[in-house]
Design a protein around this ligand. Structure first.
Ligand code: NAP
Length: 457
């Protein structure tokens, strides 16, 4: 048997999920200098995961990561098989049988739960569904959001909450030249929302926004950021946190809140209120959301480790629509172990583990490996680390010849699965760009899988 990773016996790797971590793992494998072939499987016909479906449409610069992924995908060592669901169309065992190694990079597509009464009342939504909806994700295409209320509440103070608040706050003119899905733009044009409350369970020194994202609230055409100066008084531990050099981002965020709190009132139509130390304890209403019951919190603990504790004092906020934006959560994939508590695939340095032992030849990277944290670029180092583990294991892998792409395609053909190649995706992509042109948009996304397949059939 020839050495694995040579032209006689190239290393065949299947990658499940086509978001940033999948592409960075591909890049690292190509850069290894070994003879490798990578077959990437994706549930949707369109690649790029959260860069296409999560990054906000008014953040086109962040979407430029796609240019790199496109270049990687053009490599002769790479094949894309879209519209294939692993766990349904192909099993994990089949991927393992046809490849020397498999890397799972399928992200975190579900959400954490608040676990409070009324969480699922009509009018209470997850940020995930709203983000998917305005980004034209086929799974969320047909969701409806009741935007007829004046007061909206967003629970959570991370960048996803910032995206949701900003999309609600912007005017149609600020959005119409982005790649926001047309159905969302039309619905937002009719929105009656005037007051948006973005609520943190901890204080202004602990908000998880990045400064760049928060700064945008000071530059909106028809929405003012509002912060109550009384809310910016810090306890000693928070002062220590902001004095710590490692926390420069939080200090910038705090300074922005301060700047917002000093702004004179203007006559803009909408207000985005940043509120702190409030924990949701109940969502209430007669059949649909009418009010949010919040408990005032106090911080307790060491600097950098402060947590929110309820004080027992509550207040009510009348609101007709609410978005829970408290973090994504990974979902299990049939045939793989899963850590229910953390919502990740159990692993050591990217090697998938079951009952304390490594499962040979199965690896993971990205959010499904470490949880939903960090920006797009964070996934590069994470994927490189996983690929390093895989390469360190090279001599221990089963080096027998595998069928790779050919094996996958035979199984898919047998099962009549209409997989989408990268060349076919490029056709769909060009069509989207063409459809966007007359509207001055970078693209008009297809939001139904069948529409995408019609282009290539
Ligand atoms: P996140 O940054 O982890 O923020 C989650 C927020 O929810 C925090 O404010 C957290 O408060 C709060 N929270 C969690 N559990 C809660 C509970 N039970 N009750 C009330 N509040 C609760 O998550 P994310 O906003 O979903 O973002 C995920 C990752 O994607 C982040 O790393 C983010 O930076 C990144 N992202 C980046 C961009 C961008 O670069 N433009 C855009 C979107 C997302 P605590 O701090 O108290 O836990």
């Amino acid at each position: 048997m020839s050495q694995l990773g040579t032209t006689d016996n190239p290393l065949l790797v299947a990658i499940v999920g086509s978001g940033p971590s999948g592409f960075y793992a591909t890049e690292a494998l190509i850069k290894s200098g070994l003879a490798v072939k990578i077959n990437m499987l994706e549930r949707l016909p369109a690649p790029y995961g959260l860069v296409r479906n999560g990054v906000a449409p008014d953040h086109q610069k962040l979407k430029q990561a796609i240019l790199l992924y496109y270049k990687i995908a053009e490599s002769e060592q790479f094949s894309f098989l879209g519209n294939v669901t692993v766990g349904r169309d192909l099993t994990v065992e089949e991927l393992r049988h046809t490849h020397h190694a498999v890397i799972f990079t399928y992200g975190a597509e579900s959400d954490r739960k608040l676990g409070i009464p009324g969480e699922d009342l009509s009018g209470s939504y997850t940020a995930t569904e709203f983000v998917g909806w305005y980004n034209g994700h086929p799974d969320y295409r047909n969701r409806e959001f009741d935007l007829t209320h004046e007061v909206a509440v967003i629970i959570g103070q991370g960048n996803v909450a910032a995206d949701v608040a900003r999309i609600l706050a912007k005017t149609v003119d600020e959005l119409k030249h982005t790649d926001i899905a047309q159905h969302a733009l039309d619905a937002l044009a009719e929105s009656k929302i005037r007051d948006i409350h973005v609520i943190g369970r901890r204080g202004p020194a602990q908000a998880k926004f990045t400064p760049k994202e928060l700064r945008e609230f000071g530059e909106l055409v028809d929405c003012d950021p509002v912060v109550n100066p009384d809310d910016l008084v810090l306890n000693e531990a928070s002062k220590a946190e902001l004095a710590d050099k490692s926390n420069a981002g939080n200090l910038k965020v705090y300074d922005l809140f301060k700047e917002f709190s000093e702004r004179p009132p203007s006559n803009k139509k909408k207000c985005c209120h940043f509120r702190f130390l409030l924990g949701p304890v109940e969502l209430a209403g007669d059949g649909r959301l009418q009010k949010v019951i919040l408990e005032k919190n106090a911080l307790a603990g060491e600097p950098m480790k402060q947590s929110a504790r309820g004080t027992g004092e509550t207040l009510e906020l009348a609101a007709g629509i609410l978005f829970r934006s408290i973090g994504y959560r990974g979902v299990p994939l049939p045939g793989l172990p899963f850590d229910e508590k953390r919502g990740v695939i159990p692993n050591t340095d990217g090697r998938i583990m079951e009952n304390g032992a490594v499962i040979p030849r199965l690896y993971t990277a990205g959010w499904i490996k470490r949880g939903p944290t960090g920006i797009i670029g964070t996934n590069r180092a994470d994927s490189v680390a996983t690929v390093e583990s895989l390469l360190a294991d090279l001599n221990t892998l089963d080096a027998s010849n595998k069928t790779g792409l050919h094996g996958l395609v035979s199984l898919l053909d047998e099962r009549k699965v209409r997989y989408v190649t990268f060349a076919e995706w490029k056709k769909i992509d060009s069509r989207e760009v063409e459809l966007g042109k007359p509207k001055g948009k970078p693209r008009e996304k297809f939001t139904y899988v069948r529409e995408m397949l019609e282009i290539i059939n």
